[in-house]
Design a protein around this ligand. Structure first.
Ligand SMILES: [Ca+2]
Ligand SMILES: [Ca+2]
Ligand SMILES: [Ca+2]
Length: 380
């Protein structure tokens, strides 16, 4: 992840004007279909056909369902729209990108803030943090109360033994962090749905600040490959690490769908190696001299399609529950703090590293290309 300095003024203006709620890409009709857009579920989108092993999408999704899901009420340095779109796969299946989320459906419980610039909850350090600020979500009435802290780039939903316990209240940016409490008996299974959000919808790329309001003109990058990460520590000592399972269900941007192969239950991009932010971008996402990008907030820029691919997989039923068999899934990969962000870029974590003692950031083998990930761990 990187910061979006200079974005604040523009974002504030747009939000205050109310225009952004119905803003469209140049030449695009207003989103009259927003209310009636089908909640396409890959697992059920093609009931008459055999379940496809994968869906391939070529180019960005251009059918927008929502221009932004979250409107920060104050001006912050790093606010992004959190749009949702429908991508059409080569077999005609429509896939909601970057993901179907409980946030979009308005289903909670919404997360309680550890750090959130939009709500003004920004303790200077962990001494100002009260884990009891979070209500106790009942999984088992006679269980043990567990509290904990979560940082996810960009979005998470947490299930405990199949019960939805916390929904990230900020789907894209600014980068926030959360407090969670729940009551449960052991063993219990933690299951996270994780989304690395994007602005080239469905292609896993961000739009870095462009245009006269940006103070980062020189580093503005209309095809920035967004990266991800999850770190969790619970009061019973449970921490994220490579003993967790993590499987990817949406992989982009790719020069070819053949860059992903299915191997022993893994949606495998290991030919690229372990990928962090140092990843050399695919040719399809290479920077060019042209000003391009999804200019939804910068209509002076052209919206140009590109030649990248995305590969999507259906999320299996029951993924959130304790009975789900994740034995064939790959182990999670650990990432160093410095591979994920910086103290300046992610105060939601770096101010409170003592609350995450012994925990590591995790993701799949690709911190960059894997944009919809399920991570699971059972606490015995
Ligand atoms: Ca978030
Ligand atoms: Ca991200
Ligand atoms: Ca990404």
């Amino acid at each position: 992840m990187r910061e979006l300095l200079g974005f604040a003024q523009r974002a504030g203006v747009v939000a205050a004007s109310g225009i952004a709620i119905v803003a469209c890409a140049p030449g695009e009709a207003p989103p009259a279909s927003v209310e009636s857009a089908p909640m396409a579920t890959p697992a059920t989108a093609a009931p008459a056909a055999a379940e496809p092993e994968r869906w391939v999408v070529h180019g960005p999704a251009t059918t927008f369902v929502a221009d932004f899901l979250y409107d920060c009420p104050v001006v912050v340095d790093n606010w992004r729209p959190g749009a949702v779109a429908l991508a059409t796969a080569t077999d005609g299946t429509q896939i909601r990108v970057p993901a179907e989320t409980m946030f979009e459906q308005g289903i909670g419980p919404m997360s309680v803030d550890l750090y959130n610039e939009c709500t003004g909850i920004t303790p200077a350090d962990s001494s100002g943090v009260n884990p009891e600020a979070a209500p106790i979500i009942e999984v088992d009435a006679d269980g043990e109360v567990i509290s904990g802290y979560i940082v996810a780039d960009n979005y998470y939903e947490l299930y405990v033994n199949g019960t939805l316990v916390s929904v990230d209240n900020t789907p894209y940016t600014p980068f926030n962090s959360s407090i969670v409490r729940f009551r449960v008996n052991r063993p219990y299974t933690l299951a996270f749905k994780l989304v690395d959000w994007d602005e080239h919808m469905g292609l896993g790329m961000e739009l870095f600040p462009q245009g006269p309001e940006s103070d980062r003109m020189e580093s503005g990058d209309p095809w920035f490959l967004g990266d991800a990460g999850l770190i969790v520590r619970l009061s019973d000592g449970t921490v994220t690490g490579d003993h967790w399972k993590a499987q990817s269900f949406s992989i982009s941007p790719l020069d070819s769908p053949d860059d992903v192969i299915e191997r022993d239950g893994i949606h495998d991009t290991s030919a690229f190696g372990r990928i962090n932010r140092g990843f050399t971008r695919p040719t399809c996402a290479a920077e060019s001299g042209d000003v391009t990008g999804n200019a939804r907030l910068f209509p002076e820029l052209a919206y140009l399609p590109n030649d990248c691919y995305a590969v999507h997989y259906p999320i299996p039923d029951g993924w959130e529950g304790p009975a789900f068999d994740d034995s064939a899934w790959p182990q999670a990969f650990e990432y160093l703090d410095a591979e994920v962000s910086t103290p300046r870029g992610l105060p939601a974590y770096f101010r409170y590293t003592d609350l995450f003692e012994d925990a590591s950031f995790i993701w799949t083998s690709s911190l960059v290309l894997d944009n919809l990930v399920i991570a699971r761990h059972t606490v015995e």
